[in-house]
Write a protein that binds this ligand. Structure first.
Ligand code: PBG
Length: 325
C-alpha cells in the first residue's frame, strides 16, 4: 500500500489524535534535578554561565528541593563545594562534609518522598581539580578507588538512596559495591557514570563547582568523543560490577550511544543533559534565536526518544509548568 491509500497526515489532524498516538512522553518524575551546595555560601550565588541557576547555601537546600517536589520532580543529584580542599580530597568523605549534611537534612525533611542521589567524585574536593588522587603527576586509579569507597559509604551513612560515581576510574563500581555491602548498605543503589565523555559541554559546571583541573585535562580517564563501541564496553563492565543504573553523559551529542545502550542492555539508562547544553539553550533564547521552552522540551523529548529512562537536567523544575501552561 502506498499513496493515495496511505496518508500519514490522517493521524496528525488534531491535537487529540496526535496525543493518542504519541510514542514517548515526558514527565517530571523521570527527571533528576542537580543541586550545587556551597559550604561557604551565606546566600544563593548565581552561576554566570548557567542563567537561572545558583550555588546554594546548606540552609537553602530544603526549600529548593520543596520547590522541585511541587513541580513533580522526585529525584535530586547533589554536588558539594567544600570549604576546604586538599591533595586527597578528604573533605569528600567527612562525616560532617557538605553533602553529608545536606543528605541528612533532606532525609529528615522529606523521608521517602524523594530519591536522594549523590555525585561521588574528587574533583570538587582536590586542590588540583582532578577526579582522583595523584601519584607522579598522574591520576592513580587504584588509590582513588579506596577514597571513592569512603565517600560512597559516608553518603550512605548520611542517608543517600543512590550514589553516583563520576570519576571514570576503572573498577569504581565494583569497589563501591563491595564497600557499601561490607558497611551494611546493600540497599543503596549505584548509578554509574559509565560512558562519560571528555566534553567541552562541562564548562559551565566547572565554573559552578570550582572543579576545573589546575593542569592538564581529563582525557586520561574520561572517554574520547570518537568512540562508540568503547562506551558499550564501559557500560557492560559497569553492569557486571553491579551498577543498578548506567549513565551516558553528555546526552545531546551522544544520542547514538543512548540508543545503542537501550537496545543492548536491560538496566535503566540515565542521560545527563549537561551544563553546556543548558547554557546553549539559555544563551540562544536570550538572543531571541530560539524559544527556550520549545527548545528545552524538544531536546528532553529527543533524549527520551533515544532511549533514556531518566534524564538529569537543569530544566527539571520547569518542565511541569511548560507542559501544562
Ligand atoms: C564531576 C562531574 C562533572 C559533571 C558532573 N560530575 C564535571 C567534569 O567531569 O568535569 C558535569 C556536569 C555538567 O556539566 O552538567 N566529575
Amino acid at each position: 500500500m502506498s499513496f493515495p491509500d496511505v496518508r500519514l497526515r490522517r493521524l496528525r489532524r488534531t491535537q487529540a489524535m496526535r496525543d493518542m498516538i504519541r510514542e514517548v512522553r515526558l514527565h517530571p518524575s523521570n527527571l533528576m534535578y542537580p543541586v550545587f551546595v556551597d559550604e561557604n555560601a551565606c546566600a544563593p550565588i548565581p552561576i554566570e554561565s548557567m542563567p537561572g541557576y545558583s550555588r546554594l547555601p546548606i540552609q537553602s537546600v530544603v526549600d529548593e528541593v520543596r520547590r522541585a517536589i511541587e513541580q513533580d520532580v522526585r529525584a535530586v543529584l547533589l554536588f558539594g563545594i567544600p570549604s576546604m580542599k586538599d591533595e586527597k580530597g578528604s573533605a569528600a568523605y567527612a562525616a560532617d562534609g557538605v553533602v553529608q549534611k545536606v543528605v541528612q537534612r533532606l532525609r529528615k525533611e522529606f523521608g521517602d518522598e524523594i530519591v536522594v542521589a549523590t555525585d561521588v567524585c574528587l574533583c570538587e574536593y582536590t586542590t588540583h581539580g582532578h577526579c582522583g588522587v595523584l601519584k607522579n603527576g598522574e591520576v592513580a586509579n587504584d588509590l582513588t578507588l579506596k577514597i571513592l569507597q569512603k565517600i560512597a559509604v559516608s553518603h550512605a551513612q548520611a542517608g543517600a538512596d543512590v550514589v553516583a560515581p563520576s570519576s571514570m576510574m576503572d573498577g569504581q563500581v565494583q569497589a563501591i559495591r563491595e564497600a557499601l555491602d561490607d558497611a551494611g548498605f546493600s540497599q543503596v543503589g549505584i548509578m554509574a557514570y559509565s560512558a562519560k565523555y571528555a566534553s567541552c559541554f562541562y564548562g559551565p559546571f566547572r565554573d559552578a563547582a570550582e572543579c576545573a583541573p589546575k593542569f592538564g585535562d581529563r582525557r586520561g580517564y574520561q572517554m574520547d568523543c570518537g568512540n562508540a563501541r568503547e562506551a558499550l564496553r564501559e557500560i557492560a563492565l559497569d553492569i557486571n560490577e553491579g551498577a543498578d543504573i548506567v549513565m551516558v553523559k553528555p546526552a545531546l551529542a551522544y544520542l547514538d550511544i543512548i540508543s545503542q545502550a537501550k537496545a543492548r542492555f536491560n538496566v535503566p539508562i540515565a542521560a545527563y543533559n549537561v551544563s553546556g547544553e543548558y547554557a546553549m539553550v539559555k544563551a540562544a533564547a536570550k538572543m531571541g534565536y530560539v524559544d527556550e521552552k520549545a527548545a528545552a522540551l524538544e531536546i528532553l523529548m529527543a533524549i527520551k526518544r533515544a532511549g533514556a529512562d531518566l534524564i538529569i537536567t537543569y530544566f527539571a523544575k520547569d518542565v511541569k509548568s511548560w507542559m501544562n501552561p
